[in-house]
Design a binder for this molecule. Sequence first.
Ligand SMILES: NC(=O)c1ccc[n+]([C@@H]2O[C@H](COP(=O)([O-])OP(=O)(O)OC[C@H]3O[C@@H](n4cnc5c(N)ncnc54)[C@H](O)[C@@H]3O)[C@@H](O)[C@H]2O)c1
Length: 448
Amino acid sequence: MRLVVFGAGYVGLVSGTGLSDLGHDVLLYDIDAEKIAKLEDGRIPIYEPGLADLIHRNQRNGRLSFATEIGGAFNEADAYFIAVGTPPGPDGAADLGAVMAAADTIAKVARKQALVVVKSTVPVGTCDAVQARLAKASVPLEVVSNPEFLKEGDAVGDFFKPDRVVVGARSEEARTMLRDLYAPLQLSGERLVVTDPRSSELIKYASNTMLAIRISFMNELSRLCHATGADIHSVRLGVGTDSRIGKKFLYAGPGYGGSCFPKDVQALAALGRENGVQLRVAEAAHHANEEQATFLAQLVEKSLEGVMGKQITLWGCAFKPETDDIRESPAVKLAHALLERGANVVAHDPEAGANFAKHFGTKLTVKDRDYDALDGSHALVLLTEWRSYRAPNFAEIKRRLVASASGIAPVLVDARNIWRPYEVVRAGLRYQGIGVSSNRAADRPSQR
Ligand SMILES: NC(=O)c1ccc[n+]([C@@H]2O[C@H](COP(=O)([O-])OP(=O)(O)OC[C@H]3O[C@@H](n4cnc5c(N)ncnc54)[C@H](O)[C@@H]3O)[C@@H](O)[C@H]2O)c1
């Protein structure tokens, strides 16, 4: 098939390249001329494991191209995919400006009957609104919902081996075409969910919000653990071994971030309000997440008996490992909070350091090497569980960190609960986890 993908961001790049790897001719179209020039040059604007090789291979074999204009054979594409951003507006509702702009372009360029496949995460009813907008096109265009579920950091794997593909289409013809498109992925049984566009749109928001709710509930419990002396590891193990609940997404931490959960939870709550249905659970998940960010800043402050004039190192800027994406990252929130309280912040991240430096300018320092970021700091806060941070040399960390002028010993705040507290304490450092009492934690090997 001949396909055009609108938006060469995290979703468009991965799904467009994946589709070309399945044998389709794909044009990736974006309005960002700099991004397209980079891609044409073989430079990949984002960090996503495995993506660069895949792009280069399909560029070489001529099935993948990039452009800021749609012309030639692609005016007669079989399908146009919309994978542009849907950022939150002031009230939390999704801003559909880019989606509608993409629809207008499609209406202008399409010269042959085709499908318009909406991959962007959009509120219920958007596909119908896009369909109405396409009425001005000179050829018949049918809008299909096909939300994207890839996880940044494992997006290429998710494209080729998705848990499920959801298709929301009104006509049998459109359903068949999408089934054919994804046939090479050999989706068996329940892994291809075919429904109407409105249900498909809601499935995406419901999935992200369900995951966010689990995280937020565990984060609230972690705060209760601090208040009561219970231990969040034991609670997680005890709760997660119930097969009805399951073990995933039960880790307490600094709060969820990224370009999806925060905005999608708020967009779902806004959609509820617009339709006269108050989605209290979704709203609570959002508020609990905001509170966790505040709680973490207070925890760091308490561990150092104030942060004014102190130097604090952050390990991890990305919202999760294996990505350079810092959108809504807990590290961004914590850095802002610490800077406001008068601390000096030094940061390191294996891939997201440049984005972090760009975001903060001269307000903080970003180091290329993890241990160099520690020199002269009073605390180290671990925010992203990159593999390279999992088994650090605590003795070396101890050598680099310093006690504060008032004699407060250096502290490691493990916001992902990945370190064994007794190893930290054995190295002569103080340990502070999330939902783990620092006194009790140091006594025994972790159960994780
Ligand atoms: N990032 C994720 O992990 C992820 C996962 C699943 C779903 N989604 C959803 O997919 C959508 C895209 O997310 P993303 O992270 O890839 O966004 P992104 O910001 O990385 O990329 C969006 C791209 O669209 C381009 N663009 C904007 N207007 C355009 C137009 N009119 N025509 C062509 N290109 C245009 C931008 O220049 C940008 O390159 C969002 O709705 C998001 O919620 C994202």
